[in-house]
Design a protein around this ligand. Structure first.
Ligand code: CMC
Length: 431
C-alpha cells in the first residue's frame, strides 16, 4: 500500500514536514497524517469527511467520476444480473466468490439461523402499533445483545462469525415482524424451504389463514434490491458502525447504531422521502414547479433520490434499479404507472437543467427503488427497513474487517474549538 518514493510536504511558518503518500490499488493517493499532530502540533479540519479516508479496506470500491461500484472487484451490474444476494453476502464477508460447496454450506447456515429467540416476540409487543418500523428495528437489533450472549465476545473469532451469520439471517425476520406488528397481523415464522428473498416476502405478506405463494418475479426483484444495497464503502451508517465498534462494543449494538444512522432522509430514509415526493408532485405538469423549488436557495426542498457525495456521474445502482422498475411493473401488468411516469420525466428535466448538470447531481439508488417496492405491496415506511436489512451484510463485513486488523484503535476525532477560553466561575447573584 505505501509507496515510499512519494511524499507530500506541508510547510507551516517556514518549517516543512514530509508526510507519506499511500497508494491504493485504485483511486486517489492518500496523505498519511497519522503523525502530523505529534510532529507538527496541528490538526486537519474536514467536517463531513469530504477529503478524509477514515480506514483502509478491501471490500468495496467506488469511482464517483466514472459511476463505478465494485464489490471485491466485481462490478455491481454484473452481480445484480448474474449473482444472488446470499452469494454476494459470501463475497463481501469472505473476499471471493464461493465454490458451489461453500455456497451451499453458507446458505444452509444462514437458513438455520433465521428464527429469533421466542422471548423477543414479547419485546416487539412492547412497542406502540404506530411505531415506525425503523424505530422498532433500532430497538430490537440493539436488544439482540441481551438475547445472544454467546456471540458478543468480539475477541473470539468464532463468536464474531456466529454473530455475523445471526444478523444476516435474522434481519429479514426482524424487519418482517416490525411490519406485521405495525399492521396488527400475526408474526409469520421463517420457512427454511424458501430462498432468502422469498422467505422475506412470505414473512411480510403471508397470513396464517390462507396459503401464500411467493411470486418468482417479485422474489427475483426483491433479491436484486438486496444486492444493490448490500454495501457502499465508508458511507455514514457504515462509518457509524465502525466508530461504535472501535470502542469494543458488541456487534448487535454496533449494527443498531448503523440502523439509527441509516434512518435519516439524507441517507437510507431518502427512498421513503423520494416516493412521497413523487406522489406529492403527482403529475408531469407540476415537475417544473418542484425543480424550481429544488434550485431555490431560500427553499430547503431538495429533489430526493438525487445527488450523492461520491457519485458525480450516474449512480450505477440507479441504472439497474430503473431497468428493474420497468421490468417489474411490466411483468406485474401495471401499465402507465403515474409515479413512474413522473419519476422518468423528472429525471429527464433535471438532467437537462444546468443547475443539476453543473453540480453533477444525478439520480441515486433511492430514486427508483420505492416505485418497485410499492408495486410489490410494501408501504413507504418499510422502504428504509428493507435498505437496513440489505445493508446489514455490508456493515458486518466492514465490522469484521476492522476487528481483524491488529492495528485498529478507538476512533477519536479532534475539533476546531471556537468556544470561550478559560474564565472564572461567577456566583449566581453576581451574573
Ligand atoms: N436537490 C437539489 N440540490 C441539491 C441536491 C438535491 N437533491 N443535492 C445536492 N444539491 C446541491 C446543494 O444545494 C449544494 O448546492 P450549493 O453548492 O449551491 O450549496 C450542492 O448541490 C452540493 O450539495 P451538498 O449538500 O453539499 O452535497 P453532499 O455531498 O453533502 O450531500 C446528499 C449529498 C446525498 C446528502 C445530497 O445530494 C442530498 O441531500 N440528496 C437528497 C437526499 C438523497 O437522495 N439521499 C440519498 C443518497 S444515496 C443513498 C444513501 O446514501 O443512503
Amino acid at each position: 500500500m505505501t509507496d515510499s518514493s512519494k511524499t507530500a510536504t506541508l510547510t507551516i511558518d517556514g518549517k516543512s514536514f514530509d508526510l507519506p503518500l499511500l497508494s491504493p490499488t485504485a483511486g486517489p493517493d492518500v496523505i498519511d497524517i497519522r503523525k502530523l499532530y505529534a510532529e507538527a502540533g496541528v490538526f486537519t479540519y474536514d467536517p463531513g469527511y469530504t477529503s478524509t479516508a477514515s480506514c483502509d479496506s478491501t471490500i468495496t470500491y467506488i469511482d464517483g467520476a466514472k459511476g463505478e461500484l465494485l464489490h471485491r472487484g466485481y462490478p455491481i451490474d454484473q452481480l445484480a444480473e448474474k449473482s444472488h444476494y446470499l452469494e454476494v453476502c459470501y463475497l463481501l464477508l469472505y473476499g471471493e466468490l464461493p465454490k458451489a460447496s461453500d455456497l451451499e454450506a453458507f446458505e444452509a447456515t444462514i437458513t438455520r439461523h433465521t428464527m429469533i429467540h421466542e422471548q423477543m416476540h414479547n419485546f416487539f409487543r412492547g412497542f406502540r402499533r404506530d411505531a415506525h418500523p425503523m424505530a422498532t428495528m433500532v430497538g430490537v437489533v440493539g436488544a439482540m445483545s441481551a438475547f445472544y450472549h454467546d456471540s458478543t465476545d468480539i475477541s473470539d473469532p468464532r463468536q464474531r462469525e456466529i454473530a455475523s451469520h445471526r444478523m444476516i439471517a435474522k434481519m429479514p425476520t426482524i424487519a418482517a415482524m416490525a411490519y406485521k406488528y405495525s399492521i396488527g397481523q400475526p408474526f409469520v415464522y421463517p420457512r427454511n424451504d424458501l430462498d432468502y428473498a422469498s422467505n422475506f416476502l412470505h414473512m411480510c405478506f403471508a397470513v396464517p389463514a390462507e396459503q401464500y405463494e411467493v411470486d418468482p418475479i417479485l422474489s427475483r426483484a426483491m433479491d436484486r434490491i438486496f444486492i444493490l444495497h448490500a454495501d457502499h464503502e465508508q458511507n455514514a451508517s457504515t462509518s457509524t458502525v465502525r466508530l461504535a465498534s472501535s470502542s469494543g462494543a458488541n456487534p448487535f449494538a454496533c449494527i443498531a447504531a448503523g440502523i439509527a444512522c441509516l434512518w435519516g432522509p439524507a441517507h437510507g430514509g431518502a427512498n421513503q422521502a423520494c416516493l412521497e415526493m413523487l406522489k406529492e408532485i403527482g403529475s408531469v405538469e407540476r415537475i417544473p414547479e418542484f425543480i424550481a423549488r429544488a434550485k431555490d436557495k431560500d427553499d430547503p426542498f431538495r429533489l430526493m433520490g438525487f445527488g450523492h457525495r461520491v457519485y458525480k456521474n450516474v449512480d450505477p445502482r440507479a441504472k439497474v434499479m430503473k431497468q428493474s422498475a420497468d421490468e417489474v411493473l411490466d411483468l406485474l401488468g401495471i401499465e402507465n404507472n403515474p409515479v413512474l411516469q413522473v419519476a422518468k420525466e423528472l429525471e429527464k428535466q433535471a438532467l437537462d437543467d444546468p443547475y443539476f448538470a453543473d453540480k453533477k447531481l444525478f439520480p441515486n439508488v433511492d430514486f427508483y427503488s420505492g416505485i418497485i417496492l410499492e408495486a410489490m405491496g410494501f408501504p413507504t415506511s418499510m422502504f428504509t427497513p428493507i435498505f437496513a436489512l440489505s445493508r446489514t451484510v455490508g456493515w458486518i463485513s466492514q465490522w469484521k474487517e476492522q476487528l481483524s486488523d491488529p492495528a485498529h484503535k478507538i476512533g477519536r476525532p479532534r475539533q476546531l474549538y471556537l468556544g470561550e477560553t478559560a474564565r472564572d466561575y461567577i456566583d449566581v447573584e453576581d451574573r
